[in-house]
Structure formats: structure tokens, C-alpha cells
Ligand binder design. Structure first.
Ligand code: NAD
Length: 477
């Protein structure tokens, strides 16, 4: 791929590139330009030039381009999905879902572009008050590798409809699909400079986006430690920040829950995308009275997961995306094994066999009877391993669930209205699900509390985050 700057697809200024490998096979998928700070500055220059005309267009005009792009993305979802599988690892069905999810977000913001903008009030004594919503200017989007298309959509949709220009930095191990999606947006009519894509390391490209004073807002999704660095880099320019960081979502299953439904919820919630989803089920709390039956059924269902290359028929879980993530997960599971923290009742290691040798594979892993002070509960487990513990009642379940530095998502599985009322009120999380987990429609705000971040994406209010309010008071003269 090339990078998109000022409407042109170009190499990095240094001419250097980096390779993108398939996490299932180790094969080369493609190359991307190895950009540095100067490439970002050049994108900033073109974004600055493009801003005035783009901001002057009507929101509907801007939204229409997103709509045309969404149509084209849906038409090409199979090819785009195959590219996403090749660079990211997820099974093709999940990859196509993610591509459709990207289109869904663009369509959602297209729909909002037709709504009213700003407010008017009649204020006797002051005259007429108009609150205008104005775009911020140049914005930056820093994307992780786990859901690159979807997360790019969360940022592009509101930023562009609101009239900003945007510089996107994809992750190093999954930049190619982001590049193709940008190509489709450009083809649909996004003018030169309005959308740029700059690939390269976080330490140079990402940091320049965070630091550059001409960039007014940065929306970052990734690890908490990186988010803190972004916040420090952005602080001198007093930038607006949205930080979507890691999570350790608890799932509480009460004794009256529909067990079949909840077991399905764990399978999807933990093993989707090989466990590499910010809002995956990362801690499972089962009421004591149902724990044995639940675990038995969970083991049976998890045993049906087919691990392999995401392009192969019948595969339901691909490899992890990168060596670093696999090593971290292996360390976390090994540490629990060495300290005797719970019993590994399934998996706990990489699968064996020729077809797994070149990839970053790990078996679906269940660890039962994990003590509450285990690192498996306090650290983010970003892979297909699930620590399980039992709880006596709702008091204990809520105490354990909230005993975390994270606060992204949480779910409670029950039929009891009182339990639902109490749990949804007391769980410390940005999103609380009842009898479901993981799925996030673009229609509602999404983001974390505590160490899981600052700000929200999605929903109509994301547009507020990409605009500045200007209050105008007019006294008839
Ligand atoms: P990461 O923090 O390593 O990288 C994210 C992005 O930041 C990449 O593009 C990277 O190149 C860039 N980057 C790295 N160092 C930087 C720096 N100093 N300045 C600016 N940019 C820099 O995260 P990751 O490993 O790609 O993603 C996994 C993490 O993301 C997990 O913790 C996961 O929970 C989290 N996540 C959160 C959400 C959410 O919405 N809350 C969604 C998806 C993923």
C-alpha cells in the first residue's frame, strides 16, 4: 500500500517500507510505507488547506459521500474481509462482519448528517441566542490492530460529517485494510487533504499526531499505557482527547440465568476475534449453585471451536495477531500454572501440528477456581483464555466485578428484574449488558470509565466531541 496525503497515494518521504505478515502462516501479505514525523507534518499541511472548503459544505453533502462509500464497501466486503483476515488473523466470517460494521457506521453518520445542528433561544433582555456548532479543524485518529476497520469507522464517521479533516494512523500489523477503506472513501468523493492515512511506528507517526499543535483533537484506541503517553504528548497544546483503552470485562451469571444462552455468550464473548476484543468477557463469575453444570456445558461448547487459518472452511478461531500478544498471554497462563492459581481445564498452550507452526496460535483456554487475587483477574487478558471463579451471591459478584482498575464493559445474566436494576446501577462500567455481551451498535455511546478511558465514541453525541460550540448573542439594534 501507499499512504494517502493530499489526495495522492505516495511513498514515505524516506522511501522506506515495512512488511505486513499473515499471523496464521507467517507469509508476506503486503508492504506499507515506513513514515516518520515529516510525513505527518506534510499530511497536516494538506489537511489545513482542505479544511476551509470542507467545513463550508453542508453536513448533508459530507454525509452523502460517506453513504456512497458505505455502498461500495458493502459491495466489496468479501475481498476486503479476505484482506483483513490475511493481515489480522480473524476468521473470514468475522472479518466480513467487521467490514459491514464499518459500512454501518458510515451509514449511521450519514443519517445524522440530515439532522438539525446547533440551537436557538429567545432570551428576553439579551436578544436572540444562537449556539453554533463548528468543526474543530484537523483531527487525528490512532487505531489498534484488533478491530482496525470498525475502529477506523468510529472515528471517521463523526469527524468527517462534523466538517473536520482527519489524519488516520493504522497499527503496524494491520494497516492494509485501513488503506483500502480510505481508497474507497477517496473514490466516493472525499476531497484531497480531507482524509489522510499515514503508516508507521507509534513512537514517531503516532507521537507526532499526539504532539503536533495544529491537530486539535486526537482520538486514540489502544493500550492504557500508550493512552497515557498520548495524553502527556497532547497536553501542551490542550488538545481534545478521546481515549478508548483496555478492559477486563466481568460477566456475572446468576442462578436463574438461561444457562444455554449464557454459555453461548461466553463462547462469543471470549473467543470471538481470538479473544482480542476490548470488550471481550475477560472474567467469569458464576453463582456457586450453577457452576458445575455451567462449566461442564462450557467445556463441551469450547471443545467445538476449530482453531486454524481464518481463510479455511470451518475454522471458528484464528491465530492471535502478533508475537508480542502471544508471548504475553503465554506468560500470563504459565504464571498462573506455576503459582497454582486455579485449574487449567482446557487448553493452556499452543496447538500442535505442522499447520500451526508458523502462526501465533493458542488453544481456547479455560481456567477454573481462580483465586480473586490472581493476576488473571487484575491484568487484561487479551487472548483466548478465561479465568473463572464462583461467587455466593450478588453482593459478592458485584464486589468482585468492580474490584478492577478497568471499567469498560460488564454483563449480568439473569431473569430477575430486581437483580437487573441493582446490577446495572452498581456495575462500574461504560456499558452494561443484560443477557448479552460484546455487541456494540453505533447508535449508542461507547467508552470506558476508570482506567478504560476518557470520552465516548458512537451515537449522536460523538458529533459534539468533534465540534466546538460558539454562543452568539444578538441584541436587535
Ligand atoms: P497499542 O497501544 O500498542 O497501539 C495502538 C496504536 O497506538 C497503534 O497504532 C500504535 O502504533 C500506536 N502507538 C504506539 N505507541 C504510541 C505512542 N507513543 N504515541 C502514539 N501512538 C502510539 O494497542 P494495541 O496493542 O494495538 O491494541 C490493543 C489494546 O487496545 C488492548 O488493550 C485493547 O483492550 C485496547 N482496545 C480498546 C478499545 C476500546 O474501545 N476501549 C477497542 C479496541 C482495543
Amino acid at each position: 500500500m501507499k499512504v494517502l496525503i493530499n489526495g495522492e497515494w505516495c511513498d514515505s518521504l524516506s522511501g522506506k517500507t515495512f512488511a505486513v505478515h499473515n499471523p496464521a502462516t507467517g507469509g508476506l501479505v503486503g508492504e506499507a510505507p515506513l513514515c516518520g514525523e515529516d510525513d505527518v507534518r506534510s499530511a497536516v499541511e494538506s489537511a489545513d488547506e482542505a479544511f476551509g472548503d470542507w467545513a463550508a459544505r453542508s453536513p448533508r453533502d459530507r454525509g452523502k459521500i460517506l453513504f456512497f462509500a458505505a455502498e461500495e464497501v458493502r459491495r466489496r466486503n468479501t475481498d476486503l474481509g479476505a484482506l483483513l483476515t490475511a493481515e489480522q488473523g480473524k476468521p473470514i466470517r468475522e472479518a466480513i462482519d467487521e467490514i459491514n460494521g464499518f459500512a454501518n457506521i458510515l451509514e449511521f453518520y450519514h443519517a445524522l448528517s440530515a439532522g438539525g445542528w446547533g440551537e436557538y433561544q429567545d432570551l428576553p433582555g439579551y436578544g436572540h441566542a444562537i449556539v453554533r456548532r463548528e468543526p474543530l479543524g484537523i483531527c487525528g485518529a490512532i487505531i489498534p490492530w484488533n478491530m482496525p476497520a470498525l475502529i477506523m469507522g468510529w472515528k471517521i464517521g463523526p469527524a468527517l460529517v462534523a466538517g473536520n479533516t482527519l489524519i488516520v494512523k493504522p497499527a503496524r500489523t494491520a494497516p492494509l485494510t485501513c488503506g483500502k477503506l480510505a481508497e474507497i472513501l477517496a473514490g466516493a468523493g472525499i476531497p484531497p487533504g480531507v482524509l489522510s492515512v499515514v503508516t508507521g511506528p507509534g513512537e514517531t507517526v503516532g507521537r507526532e499526531i499526539a504532539r503536533n499543535p495544529a491537530i486539535k483533537k486526537v482520538s486514540f484506541t489502544g493500550e492504557g499505557s500508550t493512552g497515557r503517553e498520548v495524553a502527556l504528548d497532547a497536553a501542551p497544546a490542550l488538545k481534545r482527547l478521546t481515549l478508548e483503552l483496555g478492559g477486563s470485562d466481568p460477566m456475572i451469571v446468576c442462578d436463574d440465568a438461561d444457562i444455554g444462552m449464557a454459555v453461548d455468550g461466553v463462547i462469543k464473548g471470549r473467543f470471538y476475534n481470538c479473544g482480542q476484543t476490548c470488550t471481550a468477557v475477560k472474567r467469569l463469575y458464576l453463582y456457586e449453585s450453577i457452576a458445575d453444570e455451567f462449566v461442564r456445558r462450557l467445556v463441551a461448547r469450547a471443545g467445538e471451536i476449530v482453531v486454524g487459518n481464518g481463510m479455511d472452511r470451518g475454522v471458528s478461531m484464528g491465530p492471535m495477531n502478533n508475537r508480542q500478544g502471544l508471548d504475553r498471554l503465554t506468560r500470563q497462563v504459565d504464571a498462573a500454572r506455576e503459582r497454582d492459581e486455579g485449574e487449567i481445564i482446557m487448553g493452556g498452550k499452543a496447538p500442535e501440528g505442522d499447520m500451526y507452526e508458523q502462526g501465533f496460535f493458542f488453544l481456547p483456554t479455560l481456567i477454573a477456581g481462580v483465586p480473586h487475587d490472581s493476576a488473571l483477574f487484575s491484568e487484561e487478558i487479551f487472548g483466548p483464555a478465561l479465568p473463572i471463579a464462583t461467587v455466593r451471591d450478588l453482593d459478592e459478584a458485584l464486589e468482585r466485578a468492580n474490584d478492577s482498575r478497568y471499567g469498560l464493559g460488564a454483563s449480568v445474566w439473569t431473569r430477575n428484574a430486581d437483580v437487573i436494576t441493582r446490577a446495572t446501577g452498581e456495575l462500574e462500567a461504560g456499558i452494561v449488558w443484560v443477557n448479552q455481551h460484546l455487541r456494540i451498535p453505533p447508535d449508542v455511546p461507547f467508552g470506558g470509565t476508570k482506567g478504560s478511558g476518557i470520552g465516548r465514541e458512537n451515537g449522536s453525541r460523538a458529533l459534539d466531541d468533534y465540534t466546538e460550540e460558539k454562543t452568539i448573542l444578538i441584541r436587535p439594534g
